[in-house]
Design a protein around this ligand. Structure first.
Ligand SMILES: NC(=O)c1ccc[n+]([C@@H]2O[C@H](COP(=O)([O-])OP(=O)(O)OC[C@H]3O[C@@H](n4cnc5c(N)ncnc54)[C@H](O)[C@@H]3O)[C@@H](O)[C@H]2O)c1
Length: 361
């Protein structure tokens, strides 16, 4: 018997345990999970008792743990949501998988290749699913961007431009493996696999860096990415930008919100006598280029929430659906692995001052 049945009534449910009740968990993942009628929250856990209690009260859950092992041994569940510390995530996910649960982790899936490999083996041998919270794939702006890029008129993607500059970090590994992984994943999602990177590093002091990364994709597209920790976490502007160029088309999104799709202009023969704008090779009609610029705040209730616009809700829902329908999670182990490999390739390029193929990692 459920007191509140959620917005969309589910026919089947999964029982979930929540590991980690920090900022990201409380602000995003717990909200997303609690909006989904197909998830029944069985227990929460955090090393910090205040955080665990707060999350439990907020979600109306009576079983509260300070130890993951104990929660896993005492609570029956189908899956776990791990939202803890980047360097611990793969290890804790493995504990959950070894207890027989499917697991969804916040990004990054992990920060060391060995941890990911161990998790993969544990999950494979037990037939458990791994989902990764690369929620930007479901963010409304990036989701629309993908649709535009794959539309017929867009042309072959030839430039991927990305910027992510936040506040201070504990070290450069944190910036590349934890912070920038979203953009390595977006590069793969929007354009395709990256073949090679070359990177330069500016260092003010440990934890305060800027990286300039050039990339070549397997499909020939070239990329330019800037990642930094000399910005601000609270300024609200200038932190995140992604642009993809096609043939006279382009899509861009500022801060994961302000999406623009500039569609191609019309090309006509140059002898039409119309007032045309000449370019070096062709003539373009001087009609206004069509630009699509939706306002994502002009949406209904659920869709107004940050965790919907950012894609956390859809990402969690897609993972839960993969359990209920016994399909592969749409974003999973391979995506977590490739994002880490790209960060490692950038680190290697800086330390060896040369272009590094992703296959070297
Ligand atoms: N998708 C995104 O855009 C996004 C944004 C921010 C953070 N994150 C990710 O979310 C994760 C959490 O980040 P945060 O900002 O909430 O950090 P946080 O420090 O606020 O929270 C982490 C919590 O994990 C708990 N914890 C640590 N070890 C634990 C263990 N062994 N068992 C149970 N609980 C444990 C801590 O006590 C803390 O409450 C990180 O992996 C981060 O990369 C993702």
């Amino acid at each position: 018997m459920y007191l509140y049945e959620g917005i969309e009534k589910a026919e089947k449910r999964v029982r979930a345990v929540l590991a980690g009740c920090g900022e990201q968990a409380v602000n995003m993942i717990h909200n997303a999970v609690s909006y989904l009628d197909e998830v029944e929250i069985a227990a929460v856990c955090d090393l910090n008792p205040d955080r665990a209690e707060y999350a439990a009260k907020r979600l109306g859950v009576s079983r509260v743990y300070l130890n993951l092992d104990q929660m896993l041994s005492e609570v029956e569940a189908d899956c776990a949501f791990v939202v803890t510390i980047a360097s611990l995530q793969a290890k804790l996910a493995r504990q959950c998988v070894e207890a027989g649960l499917h697991v969804y982790t916040e990004k990054p899936l992990g920060t060391e290749l060995e941890d990911l490999q161990d998790l993969y083996e544990a999950a494979r041998s037990r037939g458990r699913k791994i989902g990764v919270s690369f929620n930007k794939r479901f963010n409304l702006a990036y989701h629309d961007m993908k649709k535009a890029i794959t539309s017929e008129a867009f042309g072959h993607p030839n430039a991927f431009i990305a910027k992510f500059i936040g506040g201070y970090r504990s070290n450069e590994t944190d910036l590349l493996r934890t912070g920038s992984c979203h953009f390595f994943d977006l590069a793969r999602y929007l354009v395709g696999e990256v073949e090679e990177v070359f990177a330069y590093r500016y260092e003010e002091q440990p934890g305060r860096h800027t990286f300039a990364v050039t990339a070549r994709f397997e499909n020939g597209c070239v990329g330019s990415m800037t990642f930094g920790s000399l910005g601000s976490w609270v300024c609200g502007y200038g932190m995140e930008y992604v642009e993809v160029r096609g043939d006279r088309s382009m899509v861009s999104a500022e801060n994961g919100r302000d999406f623009i799709w500039q569609k191609p202009s019309l090309i006509v023969p140059s002898d039409t006598g119309l007032a045309n704008k000449g370019t070096q090779a062709v003539t373009e009609l001087s009609v206004p280029v069509e630009i699509l610029r939706p306002n994502y705040s002009n949406l209904g209730k659920l869709a107004l929430k940050d965790f919907y616009i950012n894609g956390n809700y859809q990402s969690v829902k897609a993972f839960v659906s993969s359990i209920l329908n016994d399909t592969e999670p749409p974003v999973g182990y391979q995506d977590g692995l490739m994002a880490l490999k790209l960060a490692l390739a950038v680190e290697k390029s800086v330390s060896e001052n040369r272009a590094v193929k992703v296959t070297e990692i």
